[in-house]
Write a protein that binds this ligand. Structure first.
Ligand SMILES: Nc1ncnc2c1ncn2[C@@H]1O[C@H](COP(=O)(O)OP(=O)(O)O)[C@@H](O)[C@H]1O
Ligand SMILES: O=P(O)(O)OC[C@H](O)CO
Length: 494
């Protein structure tokens, strides 16, 4: 029997999933495991890279078992991952030399301020497409090598090497030290035009070239897996937001998707030319298929969306599960004049303000927990509107519809509000696991399961859609109040 299944590994911030897809793109089996979030100090977030590798193997075995399949049934393994999270490990032993520093971690704040100096946060934007921010991998490598000087000499000798999570998994699976171009575009060390490490950038961050992986396309056979999955080609790697763009089949310039999870990420396909942002968006690589020219995207990254729902559950206890926020919000007709800016770790796009902190504005004696629940859901809608507005202004593209995925799209109230404030249709596809699907599609293309992008496009189907029904005057008034609340959150830290 020919191998017609693909195992997509989705290594996310809070959990690791393996989803097995068949050659029609349908989900056959899924397994998922959470891993520890390590908070050594306020603002610091780490993961144990060894635990992540252990979980990747465990969920892949379990998903195959659940599907009643063996490795011989797999045509390919695809990888998608949380981006920017930074790992260093010892080539000889394969052991991590430090916990992984997670994308949300803000410990590099001082390094960022020093590097920005008089030139400001856009010092490296032309080459990298990114503003100087704690978010990206380059500053995290710098911090690790400054903190542990003994590692620098070993990194210069290529004995200690760097990778984002894709690289770590490709290395563990195949032995090759490689990354894909979408992940590399989040390091702040890659030149967006040459798609290679940029000497000026790696010098500025003090990163030895010997520790960096080779940069390869997203849909590409990286090598054959060894060990438990021996012989199966590892045939894709994409950062999770790029994978979702791919899984949503946003292959044409002007197509956009937003993934609503812990944070939310709106990506707009801008075609084969990178569009540099002057409005706080990121220029990133959407995907690259084999030797084709890469497809670029503009991205609006929002740090806290679903995480606010979790905060209402875990820290305030006003709901006992995330879906319950919708029942609570439905007890009231509107937000009661209340606006919630969840700037828990500053504000990401389009503001990039590390000095912001959360505020609830407009509180009166009238406000109930129902209003707070509604304001929390609306906060996601407004944050996405802010990045969508910046995108339209930046690229002259009118977003005709927004394709959505992720855990928060289960909220009908949020999806309706999103369509209302964006004034464009919001559309959710039948396969909700878009991120894993994107990794499976990219792997399947590389090994010939699917012949071309048109075949994948034809596979995309609408599950639900929401049309705008909010009067323009209400939208404008609400947006004005939201922006006032955002102003209140800025400059809280000195
Ligand atoms: N029905 C719901 N309504 C609103 N938010 C939800 C709902 N279900 C889950 N969430 C939120 O969605 C997030 C989980 O989505 P998911 O796509 O699994 O995120 P991630 O991949 O970032 O872990 C959580 O932050 C949770 O609070
Ligand atoms: O793991 P997720 O889904 O929270 O995504 C994290 C992003 O890739 C961070 O840039």
């Amino acid at each position: 029997m020919t191998s017609r299944y693909i195992a997509a590994i989705d290594q996310g911030t809070t959990s690791t999933r393996c989803i097995v897809f068949d050659d029609t793109g349908q989900v056959v089996a899924l397994d998922q495991r959470e891993h520890r979030q390590i908070y050594p100090r306020p603002g610091w977030v780490e993961h144990d890279a060894a635990e992540i590798w252990h979980n990747v193997q465990a969920v892949t075995r379990a998903a195959l078992d659940a599907a009643g399949l063996s490795r011989a049934d797999l045509a390919a393994i695809g990888i998608t991952n949380q981006r920017e999270t930074t790992l260093l490990w010892d080539v000889a032993t394969g052991e991590p030399v430090h916990n992984a520093i997670v994308w949300q971690d803000t410990r590099t704040d001082r390094i960022i301020r020093e590097l920005a100096g008089d030139a400001g946060p856009d010092r490296f934007r032309e080459a990298s497409g990114l503003p100087l921010a704690t978010y990206f991998a380059g500053p995290k490598i710098r911090w690790l090598l400054d903190e542990r000087p003994e590692l620098r000499a070993r990194a210069e000798a290529g004995e200690v090497i760097f990778g984002t999570v894709d690289t770590w998994l490709i290395w563990r699976l195949t032995g090759r030290h490689a990354t894909d171009v979408t992940n590399a575009s989040r390091t702040m060390l890659m030149n967006l035009s040459t798609l290679d490490w940029d000497e000026r950038l790696i010098d500025a961050f003090g990163v030895p070239r010997a520790m960096l992986p080779e940069i390869l396309p997203s849909s590409y056979v990286y090598g054959e897996a060894r060990g438990d999955f021996g012989g199966v080609p590892v045939a894709s790697a994409l950062g999770d937001q790029s994978a979702a763009l791919f899984g949503q089949t946003c292959f044409d310039p002007g197509q956009a998707k937003c993934t609503y999870g812990t944070g939310s990420f709106l990506l707009l396909n801008t075609g084969t030319t990178p569009v540099r942002s002057e409005r706080g968006l990121l220029t990133t690589v959407g995907y690259q298929i084999g030797d084709d020219r890469p497809v670029y995207a503009l991205e609006g990254s929002i740090a806290v969306t679903g995480a606010l729902v979790q905060w209402l559950r875990d820290n305030l206890g006003i709901i006992s599960s995330a879906p319950e926020i919708n029942d609570l919000a439905a007890t009231v007709d509107d937000n009661g004049g209340c606006y919630f800016v969840p700037a828990f770790s500053g504000l990401f796009a389009p503001y990039w303000r590390t000095d912001a902190r959360g505020v609830i504005a407009g509180l009166t004696g009238y406000v109930t927990k129902g209003h707070l629940a509604r304001a929390a859901l609306e906060a996601t809608g407004w944050q996405v509107k802010d990045v969508a507005d910046a995108m339209v202004a930046e690229s002259d593209v009118n977003i005709a519809e927004l394709r959505v995925d992720g855990g928060m799209t289960a909220s009908d109230l949020l999806m309706q509000f999103q369509a209302d404030v964006l004034d464009v249709p919001v559309v959710r596809p039948t396969i909700a696991e878009t991120t894993a699907l994107g990794a499976a599609y990219a792997a399947g293309l590389a090994v010939g399961i699917w012949p071309d992008l048109d075949t994948l496009r034809a596979n995309w189907r609408v599950d639900a859609q929401w049309q705008s029904r909010m009067p323009a005057a209400d939208r404008d008034r609400g947006h004005g109040l939201w922006r006032k609340a955002v102003d209140r959150s800025l400059g809280w830290l000195d």
